[in-house]
Design a protein around this ligand. Sequence first.
Ligand code: AMP
Length: 205
Amino acid sequence: MPERFRCVLLFGPPGVGKGTQGRILGRVPGFFHMASGDMFRAVDADSELGRKFMEFSSKGLLVPDDLTVECWREYMDKQIASGNYDSERDILLLDGIPRSVQQIRLMDDYISVLRVVHLATPDIDLMVKRMKRRAEKENRHDDADESVIRKRFEVYKQETAPLLAIFEPNIVVEIKATAAPVEVLRNILDALTPVYTESFKNPLE
Ligand code: AMP
């Protein structure tokens, strides 16, 4: 097993398209997509963790850092044990985690960040509109209420965005998230192709 998971961070505010792009990229052999929001939503709502998740997400707040990173580690262990994720073969696409300076500290021993794909947008109102539509389609209780969505943006600005300053500028790629999804995808692929080709082992060779 390599010392650390080689990973790419899909970074940006809520509703910016990290999940959409991450799910597409995750279909490419050699990439493994992991979305922390999906991880939490899959937890049994009656369990202690499920209740904690509801308590925080319903207010637009982050689940506490220790709990989040512990849950992430257990989740990754399961993905490795079940053979879904092979840390030597796959680049891990982290979507929605780390989301605070403390989280990246707690994850530091486990991850090596190759690239940070920053999906950026100046248009918060467009994001809010997208999220309300998505909330109805995907049954996301936390995004049904506009005041909760606005709180999520505030939390992003306060707790998540400061992470960007931690990375070496040469690994951060800013991509305009308001472009058409295929264009966003092409730009992400352009940014990731060098790291991908460097590490991809063709199973046929
Ligand atoms: P998302 O689907 O990424 O928008 O996440 C939905 C909710 O899950 C967030 O509003 C948080 O309450 C919680 N959540 C997801 N990822 C994290 C994280 N890395 N740290 C803390 N809370 C998280």
